[in-house]
Design a binder for this molecule. Structure first.
Ligand SMILES: *Cc1c(COP(=O)(O)O)cnc(C)c1O
Length: 376
């Protein structure tokens, strides 16, 4: 396994002796290793990883060295990243909207699976010469809630469209497959089961035998500080797949559920005023997901390890830029004696941080520190 040198025992230990300047992204390779092992041991099928969730070299390399089966890539840049770090890895190009230049790039890179949610996009794949040995997975959507926000708003064919697409995929000589995405941070195993039941209906209606069913991502991170037990998800998925006349091979492509709990993110207090806090990072940087996700779990480490009161009060929190929308939604419960130089440590911050940060107003840089454990 590829290991970066361990530079600290835990985030709390590191921050207690750190005067700081930049935010710190703490990475525990042991936690990522455990999460991958759990997916591989218990998911009833092929385990891949959605690169966009965290494309850091050390994450991709560790997953590959740990025996991951392949990657969900969404752009030529992500394809190049996988070719560089994991030569020979299976690539599933599951962004259903691609330019012709992007399709050609994917063909040359040896992409083995493509998703489609629209007849025009499928005809594009055919006319660009995607090889017939390739798998083409029809992506469909349902009006099912369960994720933190609605993924069906952007991609996915309706059941009727999916039926027609699946027939056309088979007719064109590709290996027919199906896929969906229940929505990120999905807490409901039943959402996966509803989608799988629909996939079986669509395949039956189309009269097509589906070789593989890719159940997508959406597996939740542990927002209460501990990884979520994914066994109920895997069991629901396995059981629902019995609805197919011929059982397809299952594939999953977690992003958040694979990496989020292996990281924590620490930002520092620059200034405290009555009811207001100014941090050294905000929504243009590592806290980019705050406006769209509920991220509340945090601990406070006092400046140079000083103790802080257990009594907390709600405070309005601002980022470092001069833009007034650089503010966290709602309020955070913070110690009444919160002071300049204190650190706020957010848990489960491994997904949708790397690659999402901007350098707006000259901010957005951070350190990565490897830790033996993310706790205490
Ligand atoms: C983003 C994405 C994923 C990963 O989603 P998570 O909610 O992070 O697990 C998986 N598949 C596709 C097609 C995606 O776009």
């Amino acid at each position: 396994m590829l290991q970066r040198p361990v530079v600290s025992e835990s985030p709390a230990k590191h921050l207690a002796s750190e005067a700081g300047e930049l935010p710190v992204h703490f990475f525990a390779p042991s936690a990522l290793e455990a999460r991958l092992r759990s997916f591989k041991a218990h998911f009833p099928g092929v385990v891949t990883y959605a690169v966009k969730a965290n494309p850091a070299d050390h994450v991709i390399s560790q997953l590959w060295a740990g025996g991951l089966d392949g990657f969900d890539v969404a752009s030529p840049d992500e394809i190049s990243l996988i070719q560089r770090l994991c030569p020979g890895a299976a690539m599933h190009y599951n962004n259903p909207v691609r330019s012709r230049a992007e399709i050609k790039f994917g063909i040359e890179a040896g992409v083995v699976s493509w998703s489609v949610d629209d007849m025009g996009e499928l005809e594009k794949l055919i006319s660009c010469g995607v090889p017939q040995a390739s798998e083409v997975a029809v992506r469909f959507k349902l009006p099912v809630a369960g994720g933190a926000y609605n993924f069906g708003a952007k991609f996915g064919a309706t059941e009727d469209e999916a039926t027609a697409l699946l027939r056309r995929v088979a007719e064109a000589g590709f290996r027919p497959a199906m896929t969906f995405h229940v929505g990120t941070q999905c807490k409901e195993p039943q959402a996966f089961a509803s989608y799988i039941a629909a996939a079986a209906r669509i395949a039956k209606e189309a009269g097509v035998t589906v070789g593989r069913l890719n159940v997508g991502g959406g597996f939740p991170a542990g927002r209460d500080g501990q990884p979520v037990d994914l066994l109920p998800f895997f069991t629901a998925i396995d059981k629902a797949t019995e609805a197919f006349e011929t059982r397809p091979i299952l594939v999953c492509e977690p992003g958040r559920g694979m990496v989020a709990d292996s990281f924590a993110y620490a930002v520092q207090v620059k200034s405290v005023r009555a009811g207001r806090v100014y941090l050294n990072d905000g929504v243009y940087g590592g806290l980019a997901e705050f406006p769209s996700m509920v991220i509340s779990l945090h601990t406070v480490v006092g400046h140079m390890g000083e103790a802080r009161s257990a009594t907390r009060q709600p405070m309005t929190v601002f980022g470092p830029t001069c833009d007034s929308i650089d503010q966290l939604p709602g309020t955070l419960e913070l110690p009444v004696d919160l002071s300049e130089g204190d650190w706020i440590l957010f848990r489960s911050m491994g997904a949708y941080l790397t690659g999402m940060t901007t350098r707006f107003n000259g901010y957005g840089d951070w350190h990565t520190v490897t830790v033996q454990s993310l706790w205490p």
